[in-house]
Design a protein around this ligand. Structure first.
Ligand SMILES: [Fe+2]
Length: 282
């Protein structure tokens, strides 16, 4: 049977991808951030998962305001890199895992989560930057990817509690897949940041640190954070953190923090990378 072996929480700041693509990660500004990624890459390389379910939001790359799925799963063989205005990022094409993706889609829908199914979809920095952060710059990504999009762009996004329950349903779906695949689940976006308005540049280290602490020890309490509280404490784009609850809900209660890196600022954003080992929950 397939097993969820780890969860990864990871900011998806577009400028981090640009720094890698331009080869400027060693500059004084970027080096402290990227040094913190190296132990995580080593850990993930040793873990050698077969598939990653990457929970992220599309930034008006694949969808526009014409169609806004609350939850969507990508079931294609491959996903092209989106052109976000400067040409596609120079990273490998993302290979999908249709067999597991269709199984998860069926399981989730019969489990009362009404997923949108994407047979074709470009993937933007929300998905590719976490891959770059955790895998570096390989010629091909080391595992297959199932994109899972959450709407956090157009109000109303789903609640953290609903996202957590989706994660629990994903865990049930993965556990009922017969092949022995080892799966990691990424929750991406965040941490505190606001890109526009009078509070542009907001960073709240205290809120972020408390969130990271409770993600392991008391994740259900975190699911009670309202959209208004995210906006007040973590900025208007801080609401992306609801996607981390999908990842945490997919793990067991015994999941253990094995790595954490928190850095400010990355562009005008707080950036975090955290790994939770789920093998003790099995
Ligand atoms: Fe984002």
């Amino acid at each position: 049977m397939a097993t969820i072996v780890a969860g990864i929480a990871c900011s998806h700041v577009p400028a981090i991808g640009v720094a890698m693509d331009k080869g400027i990660t060693g500059t004084a500004y970027w080096d402290p951030l990227f040094q913190g990624y190296l132990p995580a890459r080593e850990w993930l390389k040793n873990l050698a998962p077969d598939v990653a379910i990457i929970v992220y939001n599309d930034h008006a790359s694949a969808f526009s305001l014409e169609i806004i799925p609350t939850f969507l799963i990508g079931v294609a063989d491959s996903f092209p890199i989106a052109d976000e205005g400067f040409g596609p990022r120079p990273v490998p094409v993302v290979l999908g895992c249709p067999e597991l993706a269709w199984h998860i889609a069926e399981s989730l829908i019969l489990d009362e989560f009404d997923m949108t199914i994407a047979n074709e979809m470009p993937v933007d920095h929300g998905l590719t930057v976490p891959l770059s952060i955790t895998c570096g710059q390989p010629d091909r990504w080391p595992f297959k990817v199932i994109p899972l999009c959450v709407n956090v762009v157009q109000y109303p996004p789903p609640t953290g509690a609903r996202c957590f329950k989706l994660g629990q349903a994903i865990a049930r779906a993965v556990a009922s897949f017969p092949d022995d695949l080892r799966v990691v689940v990424y929750g991406t976006g965040g941490m505190s940041h606001q890109l526009q308005g009078e509070r542009a540049g907001l960073i709240n280290r205290e809120f972020d640190t408390a969130f990271l602490d409770k993600l392991t020890t008391d994740p259900v309490a975190l699911t009670k954070i309202s959209h208004t509280e995210y906006m007040r404490e973590a900025g208007s784009e801080g609401v992306e953190m609801v996607m981390w609850h999908v990842m945490r809900g997919a793990l067991g209660p015994q999941a253990a923090e094995v790595y954490r890196h928190y850095h400010v600022p990355a562009s005008n954003t707080a950036a975090a990378l955290m790994i939770l080992d789920n093998r003790s929950s099995a």
